[in-house]
Design a protein around this ligand. Sequence first.
Ligand code: KG4
Ligand code: ZN
Length: 369
Amino acid sequence: MHFGSAMVVIDKVQCAQIINEIILMKVLGLETSCDETGIAIYDTDKGLIAHKIYSQIAQHAEYGGVVPELASRDHVRKTLPLIDEVLLEAGMTKNQLDAIAYTSGPGLVGALMAGATIGRSLAYSLGIPALGVHHMEGHLLAPMLEESQPEMPFIALLVSGGHTQLVRVDAIGEYRLLGQSLDDAAGEAFDKAAKMIGLPYPGGPQIAALAKKGNPKSGLKLPRPMTDRPGLDFSFSGLKTAFLTAVHLALDEERCDEQFKADAALAFETAVVDTLVIKCRRALEAEGLKQLIIAGGVSANERLREQLEAQLKKIKANVFYARPEFCTDNGAMIAYAGAQRLLHGQSSGLSLSIRARWPLSELPPLKES
Ligand code: KG4
Ligand code: ZN
């Protein structure tokens, strides 16, 4: 091995020690972009060793959606105690951490600032690197925390409260946007439809639960937007309007009872799922790929998982996803995504930089340090 002009001879054991020091890292991940405080520790040798999620949903529920100021204040209150709980669960002290990864965008500015400030300051006090992580890259890589993992290249369907995107993934940081929603995100559409029939926020899981009591032969038919023309973009605002029209009609005709709401929930969920499945299959065929990952809150939807499995079998393709708690916002995905970049020598400077909007395509590829 050469260091400058001097030649240093090292034996195999020393070489293994140096390599281990470079590739073994315990990374603390902080997620505070919206209404969940997620904290986790990812060990690049052992995998995920501890994680906790604190959800603010109950605080926002009475307002029918996330109140940004309440969200930031609660992250400030909860982040440090939750870090202590996660360290306790891992049987570690702060001094054993090698790096800190925090979500630096996209998301709510105040909420992002809370996690970024705590993460950056803690890393500074411990003298370890810190890295701002892209929230959607975190979601995209969350299926990698599971046993069954895809190999790159693959197609990713990112479906959260703020995003609906189809992305070709050739490597970490090598993302090509194939299509996206021109208006509402799928999760947002679920949330708004739920509100229309009096269900609380967040609406996705509520609609999914109510849909189980729905009658598939109710006769309520909703559109599968933009599936009758080529392309990989989505639009959910027309579907939302069709849903609202059906609800108004039922109200006028005094038949908006519990069974109607369950039938409507089923019709809505099926319409969104069918639309997503059609576009996923189209993206795989267009790119000649056989592996799909789904990520983000809506990927927790059971009907979506079942339908994708059934439909992709027909073209000999496979779908991969994370366990439900890692589909919605969590710290594990941020610790994992951060670790991949930190291992390659990437880190953020001392000044804080957060981005409310941040296209995934602007992320740098991984480079060997
Ligand atoms: O990824 P996420 O936790 O937060 C964002 O980054 O936006 O996604 C939250 C969204 C919400 O819109 C919620 O209604 C939706 O994911 N969601 C679901 C389900 N679980 C969460 N939508 C449909 N079915 C579900 N089971
Ligand atoms: Zn998210």
